[in-house]
Design a protein around this ligand. Structure first.
Ligand SMILES: Cc1cc2nc3c(=O)[nH]c(=O)nc-3n(C[C@H](O)[C@H](O)[C@H](O)COP(=O)(O)OP(=O)(O)OC[C@H]3O[C@@H](n4cnc5c(N)ncnc54)[C@H](O)[C@@H]3O)c2cc1C
Length: 411
């Protein structure tokens, strides 16, 4: 079996890489171990619900998404542009003033009680106000001390309720609750959140990789786990592929195993999805901003309030997510109690739709920040979010970089 390029893995990185190479006239084949495309972005239909394998959102402001994805075809259903924070005294709301005008009064009430906290948060985020393009943003970030986000937030004097909201919000986004992620990455994500409202496609998150895969047709082969990569040959259970080039576009642990490339450690998450007969009218992400959280969740949301296509008529889809650390995952009942508490409702009539544990959900992004790791590793080219940033943006960009590296080498 022969191809110009064999790409191992049909996640976003592998699909983007193959798309570019095929567009440049290369004979490409994508070998995917599992039964579908998308890698960490898969969606199942269960009892009329759409459930993504781990709660995640697509930010249409990601430059790679704007450039390479037909966003309109995804029929995005936006989440509310804000966060609802459970406090010792009830619920506080913080919204984006331009994107969620309805949240302005509640946001102003929250802010007016804490002028010092607001000023400190503004100090931390001030560098984000000026840049309009990602290139300008990169310049701004490069001038900023390359420390972890805890050091940066402490340095700006961010404390109190707003600090807890920021910390718990990022715990859900970065899957890290000790502040060790690079501040530059936290700022980069904040800049994206200010520019776009994260959303869910009408047909589930997997619609995104499906769209990329559709341009590749039968070049994508499913159920083809690659056992070994040696130079430019690739061994599967069906035989050996010979190629001019091999691109390993797997997640970090498999890339290390197949190529020996050094990879960052990974962070895990557990998401439980429930079917609820009734649900509060909120399309926001809810976090626990009490000094001592009363449960394990980093966030909870009534997903189908924001994305109605995710639930059948007469039911609501609720999710709760918690970190999956070395000490294991919290149990489902504990998560349900906490989700009910965060949303301010009694969860006893909720039924579990499915529980997902994703041990390698995201690569760690500690300081010093490294957004661009080399894609060449000996004879092999390696891509995936662990080469760029742990995100949809990072995975797509890494795939593009891998393809560019091969095309430039050829030129
Ligand atoms: C629960 C969760 C929540 C997230 N939330 C967000 C979010 O809100 N926003 C955001 O931007 N990002 C989020 N992410 C991150 C984002 O989904 C990933 O960064 C991105 O999908 C990674 O794509 P990838 O192509 O690099 O790797 P993967 O998606 O991991 O693709 C690798 C592919 O390689 C295949 N493979 C592995 N080994 C082999 C082998 N030996 N042979 C053949 N194939 C193999 C795998 O089956 C897989 O299909 C989240 C991720 C998870 C899991």
């Amino acid at each position: 079996m022969r191809a110009d390029v064999v790409v191992v893995g049909a996640g976003l990185a592998g699909l983007r890489c193959a798309q570019v190479l095929a567009g440049a006239g290369r004979d490409v084949v994508v070998l995917e171990a599992s039964d579908g495309v998308g890698g960490r972005i898969r969606t199942d239909r269960v009892d009329g619900f759409l459930v993504d394998r781990g709660f995640q959102l697509l930010n249409p402001a990601y430059p790679a998404v704007r450039r390479w994805v037909d966003v309109d075809a995804l029929h995005l259903q936006p989440f509310g542009a804000g966060v609802a924070a459970r406090t010792e005294n009830g619920m506080d709301v913080l919204g984006h003033p331009l994107r969620s005008p309805a949240l302005v009064p509640a946001t102003l009430r929250t802010a007016a009680r804490r002028p010092k906290e607001v000023a400190a948060l503004a100090r931390w985020a001030a560098p984000l106000l000026r840049p309009r393009r990602t290139t300008e943003l990169s310049d701004v970030l490069e001038r900023r001390a390359d420390v972890d986000r805890r050091t940066a937030l402490d340095g700006a004097g961010v404390d109190g309720l707003l600090r807890r909201v920021v910390d718990r919000f990022f715990a859900g986004v970065l899957l890290e609750d000790d502040g060790t992620t690079a501040d530059r990455f936290a700022l980069l994500l904040t800049w994206m959140f200010v520019r776009g409202v994260p959303a869910l496609p009408r047909d589930g998150m997997q619609a995104l990789p499906e769209q990329l895969a559709a341009t590749l047709g039968d070049r994508v082969r499913l159920g083809q786990p690659v056992r070994r990569v040696t130079g430019t040959s690739v061994q599967t259970d069906d035989g050996t592929w010979a190629a001019d080039h091999v691109v390993v576009a797997t997640g970090a642990p498999e890339a290390a195993e197949l190529t020996g490339v050094p990879v960052p450690p990974t962070k895990g998450v557990v998401t439980v999805w429930w079917s609820a007969p009734t649900a509060p009218d909120t399309d926001l992400l809810h976090v626990d901003a009490r000094q001592t959280p009363v449960g394990p969740l980093v966030n909870a949301a009534v997903v189908s309030r924001a994305a109605p296509s995710y639930a059948p008529p007469g039911r609501y889809l609720v999710q709760g997510s918690a970190l999956l650390g070395p000490s294991g995952a919290p149990d489902t009942d504990e998560m349900r109690r906490h989700a009910g508490d965060l949303l301010g409702v009694d969860p006893t009539r909720w039924e579990v739709v499915v529980r997902h544990e994703v041990p390698h959900a995201l690569p760690a992004q500690p300081a010093p920040f490294s957004a661009t790791r080399p894609v060449r590793h000996g004879d092999v080219v390696v891509c995936g979010d662990h080469r760029d940033t742990g995100s949809i943006q990072g995975a797509l960009v890494s795939g593009q970089r891998a393809a560019d590296a091969l095309l430039e080498g050829r030129r």
